[in-house]
Design a protein around this ligand. Structure first.
Ligand SMILES: C[S@@+](CC[C@H](N)C(=O)[O-])C[C@H]1O[C@@H](n2cnc3c(N)ncnc32)[C@H](O)[C@@H]1O
Ligand code: SF4
Length: 301
Protein backbone atom coordinates (compact mmCIF):
# COMPACT_ATOMS: atom_id res chain seq x y z
CA UNK A 1 0.00 0.00 0.00
CA UNK A 2 1.17 3.56 -0.57
CA UNK A 3 0.12 7.14 0.14
CA UNK A 4 -2.11 7.28 -2.92
CA UNK A 5 -3.76 3.95 -2.17
CA UNK A 6 -2.77 2.48 -5.54
CA UNK A 7 -5.29 4.78 -7.19
CA UNK A 8 -3.40 7.78 -8.55
CA UNK A 9 -5.96 7.95 -11.36
CA UNK A 10 -8.50 9.56 -9.05
CA UNK A 11 -6.29 12.69 -8.86
CA UNK A 12 -5.67 13.19 -12.59
CA UNK A 13 -7.18 16.42 -13.89
CA UNK A 14 -5.25 16.91 -17.13
CA UNK A 15 -5.00 14.78 -20.25
CA UNK A 16 -2.46 15.32 -23.00
CA UNK A 17 -2.98 13.49 -26.29
CA UNK A 18 -0.57 13.72 -29.20
CA UNK A 19 -2.96 13.97 -32.15
CA UNK A 20 -0.09 14.50 -34.58
CA UNK A 21 3.70 14.49 -34.67
CA UNK A 22 3.74 16.36 -37.96
CA UNK A 23 5.22 19.84 -37.93
CA UNK A 24 6.17 22.60 -40.35
CA UNK A 25 8.88 23.91 -38.01
CA UNK A 26 12.32 22.62 -37.08
CA UNK A 27 12.98 24.51 -33.86
CA UNK A 28 16.52 24.15 -32.56
CA UNK A 29 15.43 23.23 -29.02
CA UNK A 30 12.83 20.67 -30.11
CA UNK A 31 13.32 16.96 -30.78
CA UNK A 32 10.21 16.64 -32.95
CA UNK A 33 12.30 15.98 -36.08
CA UNK A 34 13.76 12.77 -34.62
CA UNK A 35 10.47 11.00 -33.91
CA UNK A 36 9.58 7.81 -35.73
CA UNK A 37 6.16 7.00 -34.32
CA UNK A 38 2.81 7.22 -36.11
CA UNK A 39 2.28 10.66 -37.59
CA UNK A 40 -1.43 10.95 -36.84
CA UNK A 41 -3.18 9.30 -33.91
CA UNK A 42 -5.74 6.79 -35.21
CA UNK A 43 -9.44 7.56 -34.86
CA UNK A 44 -9.72 4.35 -32.84
CA UNK A 45 -7.19 5.56 -30.23
CA UNK A 46 -8.68 9.04 -30.20
CA UNK A 47 -12.23 7.76 -29.67
CA UNK A 48 -11.21 5.32 -26.91
CA UNK A 49 -9.34 7.99 -24.99
CA UNK A 50 -12.26 10.43 -25.22
CA UNK A 51 -14.72 7.72 -24.16
CA UNK A 52 -12.67 6.93 -21.08
CA UNK A 53 -12.41 10.55 -19.99
CA UNK A 54 -16.14 10.26 -19.21
CA UNK A 55 -15.24 7.93 -16.40
CA UNK A 56 -12.58 10.14 -14.80
CA UNK A 57 -12.00 13.40 -12.94
CA UNK A 58 -10.18 14.92 -15.93
CA UNK A 59 -11.27 18.51 -16.55
CA UNK A 60 -8.78 19.74 -19.17
CA UNK A 61 -7.49 18.31 -22.44
CA UNK A 62 -4.30 19.41 -24.21
CA UNK A 63 -4.76 18.02 -27.76
CA UNK A 64 -1.11 18.11 -28.83
CA UNK A 65 2.30 16.63 -28.05
CA UNK A 66 5.42 16.79 -30.16
CA UNK A 67 4.06 18.28 -33.36
CA UNK A 68 2.00 21.20 -34.55
CA UNK A 69 -1.66 20.65 -33.59
CA UNK A 70 -2.95 22.75 -36.47
CA UNK A 71 -1.50 20.06 -38.80
CA UNK A 72 -3.78 17.40 -37.24
CA UNK A 73 -6.05 15.73 -39.79
CA UNK A 74 -9.63 16.96 -39.34
CA UNK A 75 -8.55 19.01 -36.33
CA UNK A 76 -11.68 21.15 -36.06
CA UNK A 77 -13.88 18.07 -36.41
CA UNK A 78 -11.95 16.42 -33.57
CA UNK A 79 -12.31 19.47 -31.32
CA UNK A 80 -16.05 19.53 -32.02
CA UNK A 81 -16.25 15.86 -31.14
CA UNK A 82 -14.50 16.49 -27.81
CA UNK A 83 -16.87 19.36 -27.02
CA UNK A 84 -19.87 17.28 -27.99
CA UNK A 85 -18.89 14.22 -25.97
CA UNK A 86 -17.40 16.15 -23.03
CA UNK A 87 -19.15 19.52 -22.81
CA UNK A 88 -17.65 20.28 -19.38
CA UNK A 89 -14.03 19.82 -20.55
CA UNK A 90 -11.61 22.70 -21.10
CA UNK A 91 -9.42 22.51 -24.20
CA UNK A 92 -6.04 24.24 -24.15
CA UNK A 93 -3.77 24.48 -27.17
CA UNK A 94 -0.14 25.29 -27.83
CA UNK A 95 0.70 26.37 -31.36
CA UNK A 96 3.50 27.90 -33.38
CA UNK A 97 0.76 30.11 -34.89
CA UNK A 98 2.06 29.75 -38.45
CA UNK A 99 -1.24 28.29 -39.72
CA UNK A 100 -3.55 30.60 -37.77
CA UNK A 101 -5.61 32.05 -40.59
CA UNK A 102 -8.56 34.29 -39.77
CA UNK A 103 -10.91 31.41 -40.51
CA UNK A 104 -8.99 28.99 -38.27
CA UNK A 105 -8.76 31.60 -35.50
CA UNK A 106 -12.52 32.17 -35.48
CA UNK A 107 -13.22 28.44 -35.31
CA UNK A 108 -10.74 27.95 -32.48
CA UNK A 109 -12.14 30.86 -30.47
CA UNK A 110 -15.55 29.16 -30.59
CA UNK A 111 -14.22 25.76 -29.50
CA UNK A 112 -11.27 26.04 -27.13
CA UNK A 113 -10.70 27.66 -23.74
CA UNK A 114 -7.10 28.73 -23.87
CA UNK A 115 -4.24 29.08 -26.33
CA UNK A 116 -0.50 29.34 -25.88
CA UNK A 117 1.51 30.94 -28.67
CA UNK A 118 5.12 29.81 -28.84
CA UNK A 119 7.17 32.92 -29.53
CA UNK A 120 10.84 32.68 -28.66
CA UNK A 121 12.34 35.45 -30.78
CA UNK A 122 12.58 39.17 -30.05
CA UNK A 123 13.12 40.09 -33.71
CA UNK A 124 13.16 38.42 -37.10
CA UNK A 125 16.77 37.24 -36.86
CA UNK A 126 16.51 35.64 -33.41
CA UNK A 127 13.08 34.11 -34.12
CA UNK A 128 14.10 32.57 -37.43
CA UNK A 129 17.34 31.31 -35.90
CA UNK A 130 15.39 29.45 -33.19
CA UNK A 131 12.23 28.50 -35.10
CA UNK A 132 13.72 27.22 -38.32
CA UNK A 133 11.26 27.10 -41.20
CA UNK A 134 8.82 29.59 -39.67
CA UNK A 135 8.53 33.31 -40.44
CA UNK A 136 8.59 35.96 -37.72
CA UNK A 137 6.49 38.62 -39.45
CA UNK A 138 3.86 36.12 -40.57
CA UNK A 139 3.57 34.50 -37.13
CA UNK A 140 3.46 37.82 -35.26
CA UNK A 141 0.76 39.07 -37.63
CA UNK A 142 -1.28 35.89 -37.06
CA UNK A 143 -1.03 36.20 -33.26
CA UNK A 144 -2.02 39.88 -33.27
CA UNK A 145 -4.92 39.11 -35.61
CA UNK A 146 -6.07 36.27 -33.33
CA UNK A 147 -5.95 38.58 -30.30
CA UNK A 148 -8.06 41.17 -32.13
CA UNK A 149 -10.67 38.57 -33.12
CA UNK A 150 -10.63 37.00 -29.67
CA UNK A 151 -11.78 40.12 -27.80
CA UNK A 152 -10.78 38.45 -24.52
CA UNK A 153 -13.11 35.48 -25.14
CA UNK A 154 -10.56 32.75 -24.42
CA UNK A 155 -7.39 32.92 -22.33
CA UNK A 156 -4.22 33.69 -24.20
CA UNK A 157 -0.59 33.12 -23.41
CA UNK A 158 2.81 33.82 -24.92
CA UNK A 159 5.28 31.05 -24.14
CA UNK A 160 8.97 31.86 -24.46
CA UNK A 161 11.58 29.12 -24.23
CA UNK A 162 14.62 30.82 -22.76
CA UNK A 163 17.98 30.06 -24.34
CA UNK A 164 21.32 31.79 -24.93
CA UNK A 165 20.14 33.72 -27.95
CA UNK A 166 17.14 35.40 -26.26
CA UNK A 167 17.97 35.43 -22.54
CA UNK A 168 19.30 39.00 -22.57
CA UNK A 169 16.15 40.28 -24.29
CA UNK A 170 13.55 38.77 -21.96
CA UNK A 171 12.50 42.06 -20.42
CA UNK A 172 11.92 43.58 -23.85
CA UNK A 173 9.87 40.56 -24.88
CA UNK A 174 7.82 40.64 -21.69
CA UNK A 175 7.17 44.34 -22.13
CA UNK A 176 6.05 43.85 -25.72
CA UNK A 177 3.60 41.03 -24.94
CA UNK A 178 2.44 41.60 -21.36
CA UNK A 179 -0.48 43.93 -22.17
CA UNK A 180 -1.54 42.00 -25.23
CA UNK A 181 -2.13 38.54 -23.70
CA UNK A 182 -3.36 37.22 -20.34
CA UNK A 183 -0.13 35.44 -19.42
CA UNK A 184 3.49 35.54 -20.51
CA UNK A 185 5.50 32.49 -19.50
CA UNK A 186 9.25 32.35 -19.80
CA UNK A 187 10.75 28.93 -19.27
CA UNK A 188 14.33 27.73 -19.52
CA UNK A 189 14.57 25.18 -22.32
CA UNK A 190 15.08 21.68 -21.04
CA UNK A 191 17.54 19.24 -22.52
CA UNK A 192 14.81 16.74 -23.47
CA UNK A 193 16.31 13.99 -21.32
CA UNK A 194 19.83 14.83 -22.49
CA UNK A 195 19.07 14.43 -26.18
CA UNK A 196 20.16 18.04 -26.74
CA UNK A 197 23.37 17.27 -24.82
CA UNK A 198 25.34 20.41 -23.91
CA UNK A 199 23.66 22.73 -26.41
CA UNK A 200 22.91 25.23 -23.61
CA UNK A 201 25.18 26.05 -20.64
CA UNK A 202 22.26 25.62 -18.23
CA UNK A 203 21.87 21.97 -19.33
CA UNK A 204 24.83 21.20 -17.07
CA UNK A 205 22.46 21.56 -14.11
CA UNK A 206 20.75 18.28 -13.46
CA UNK A 207 17.41 17.55 -11.87
CA UNK A 208 16.92 17.73 -8.15
CA UNK A 209 15.54 14.79 -6.30
CA UNK A 210 12.17 16.50 -5.79
CA UNK A 211 9.29 14.37 -7.04
CA UNK A 212 7.51 15.62 -10.16
CA UNK A 213 4.02 15.66 -8.65
CA UNK A 214 2.28 17.00 -11.73
CA UNK A 215 3.66 14.22 -13.90
CA UNK A 216 3.00 11.51 -11.32
CA UNK A 217 -0.49 12.53 -10.24
CA UNK A 218 -1.75 15.51 -12.25
CA UNK A 219 -1.49 14.61 -15.88
CA UNK A 220 -1.99 11.55 -18.07
CA UNK A 221 -0.21 11.58 -21.42
CA UNK A 222 -0.66 9.51 -24.58
CA UNK A 223 1.63 9.61 -27.61
CA UNK A 224 0.33 9.34 -31.18
CA UNK A 225 0.51 5.51 -31.03
CA UNK A 226 -1.73 5.42 -27.96
CA UNK A 227 1.14 4.53 -25.62
CA UNK A 228 1.08 5.96 -22.12
CA UNK A 229 3.99 8.27 -21.32
CA UNK A 230 5.50 9.08 -17.96
CA UNK A 231 6.32 12.67 -18.85
CA UNK A 232 5.81 15.15 -21.65
CA UNK A 233 9.55 15.88 -21.72
CA UNK A 234 10.12 12.31 -22.90
CA UNK A 235 10.05 12.73 -26.65
CA UNK A 236 10.76 9.05 -27.29
CA UNK A 237 8.14 6.40 -26.68
CA UNK A 238 8.06 5.35 -23.04
CA UNK A 239 8.23 1.59 -23.46
CA UNK A 240 6.46 -0.69 -21.04
CA UNK A 241 3.78 1.62 -19.67
CA UNK A 242 1.13 0.08 -21.92
CA UNK A 243 -1.29 1.13 -24.62
CA UNK A 244 -4.83 2.49 -24.61
CA UNK A 245 -6.02 -0.38 -26.83
CA UNK A 246 -4.94 -3.08 -24.39
CA UNK A 247 -5.96 -1.54 -21.07
CA UNK A 248 -8.19 1.16 -19.68
CA UNK A 249 -6.69 4.53 -18.81
CA UNK A 250 -7.28 3.79 -15.16
CA UNK A 251 -5.48 0.43 -15.34
CA UNK A 252 -2.51 2.01 -17.13
CA UNK A 253 -2.16 4.92 -14.72
CA UNK A 254 -2.54 2.68 -11.66
CA UNK A 255 -0.30 -0.08 -13.01
CA UNK A 256 2.44 -1.75 -11.02
CA UNK A 257 5.17 -0.25 -13.15
CA UNK A 258 3.76 3.31 -12.94
CA UNK A 259 3.42 2.92 -9.18
CA UNK A 260 7.03 1.80 -9.01
CA UNK A 261 8.11 4.98 -10.84
CA UNK A 262 6.01 7.06 -8.41
CA UNK A 263 7.63 5.34 -5.49
CA UNK A 264 11.13 6.07 -6.82
CA UNK A 265 10.25 9.77 -7.16
CA UNK A 266 8.59 9.95 -3.74
CA UNK A 267 11.48 8.31 -1.94
CA UNK A 268 14.31 10.46 -3.36
CA UNK A 269 15.36 7.81 -5.87
CA UNK A 270 14.27 9.70 -8.96
CA UNK A 271 17.81 9.53 -10.41
CA UNK A 272 17.36 5.75 -10.60
CA UNK A 273 15.15 6.40 -13.63
CA UNK A 274 17.52 7.18 -16.50
CA UNK A 275 15.33 9.72 -18.32
CA UNK A 276 14.52 11.47 -15.03
CA UNK A 277 18.16 11.53 -13.96
CA UNK A 278 19.06 13.37 -17.15
CA UNK A 279 16.13 15.79 -17.03
CA UNK A 280 17.02 19.44 -16.48
CA UNK A 281 13.56 20.83 -15.86
CA UNK A 282 13.45 21.20 -12.11
CA UNK A 283 17.04 22.08 -11.29
CA UNK A 284 17.71 24.53 -8.50
CA UNK A 285 17.86 28.27 -9.29
CA UNK A 286 16.47 27.83 -12.75
CA UNK A 287 13.27 26.50 -14.24
CA UNK A 288 10.32 26.76 -11.91
CA UNK A 289 12.35 27.82 -8.87
CA UNK A 290 13.62 31.11 -10.16
CA UNK A 291 11.09 33.95 -10.31
CA UNK A 292 13.45 35.87 -12.57
CA UNK A 293 12.96 33.27 -15.28
CA UNK A 294 9.38 32.38 -14.56
CA UNK A 295 7.25 35.44 -15.02
CA UNK A 296 4.08 33.47 -14.69
CA UNK A 297 3.16 29.83 -14.79
CA UNK A 298 -0.30 28.50 -15.42
CA UNK A 299 -3.30 30.51 -16.39
CA UNK A 300 -3.54 32.85 -13.44
CA UNK A 301 -2.61 36.45 -14.14
C1 LIG B 1 6.58 20.64 -28.56
S1 LIG B 1 5.67 22.11 -28.85
C2 LIG B 1 4.18 21.49 -29.63
C3 LIG B 1 3.18 22.55 -29.96
C4 LIG B 1 3.53 23.52 -31.08
N1 LIG B 1 4.18 22.94 -32.18
C5 LIG B 1 4.30 24.72 -30.55
O1 LIG B 1 5.42 24.99 -31.01
O2 LIG B 1 3.75 25.39 -29.67
C6 LIG B 1 5.03 22.54 -27.21
C7 LIG B 1 5.88 23.55 -26.49
O3 LIG B 1 7.13 22.96 -26.16
C8 LIG B 1 8.13 23.96 -26.25
N2 LIG B 1 9.44 23.35 -26.39
C9 LIG B 1 10.01 22.77 -27.45
N3 LIG B 1 11.25 22.31 -27.14
C10 LIG B 1 11.46 22.62 -25.85
C11 LIG B 1 12.56 22.41 -24.94
N4 LIG B 1 13.68 21.81 -25.30
N5 LIG B 1 12.42 22.87 -23.66
C12 LIG B 1 11.27 23.49 -23.27
N6 LIG B 1 10.22 23.70 -24.06
C13 LIG B 1 10.32 23.27 -25.35
C14 LIG B 1 7.70 24.76 -27.47
O4 LIG B 1 8.30 26.04 -27.49
C15 LIG B 1 6.20 24.81 -27.28
O5 LIG B 1 5.83 25.95 -26.55
S1 SF4 C 1 8.49 23.49 -30.92
FE1 SF4 C 1 6.56 23.14 -31.98
S2 SF4 C 1 6.87 24.20 -33.95
FE2 SF4 C 1 8.87 23.89 -33.12
S3 SF4 C 1 9.58 21.96 -34.04
FE3 SF4 C 1 8.71 21.51 -31.99
S4 SF4 C 1 6.64 20.93 -32.41
FE4 SF4 C 1 7.38 22.02 -34.24
Amino acid sequence: MNLWNNNAFQYVKHLQMELTTECNGHCIMCTQDTLNRTKHMSDKNFAKIIEEVKDSNIDTIFPYGFGEPLMTENFIRKLKYIKHELPHIKIILSTNASLLTTNMSKKLISLIDGISFSMDGYDQKSYEHIRLGLRYKHVTKNILNFLKLNKNTIETKIYITVQSINRHKLTDMLNYWRNKVDVVTTMDTDSRCDSLKDKEPHFRNRATRYPCFYTLFGKIIFDSDGNLKLCDQHYETDKGLGNIQTNTMKELYNSKIFNKLRELHMTGRKPNIKKCRECTTFYKNGGFDNPEFVYSYGWEK
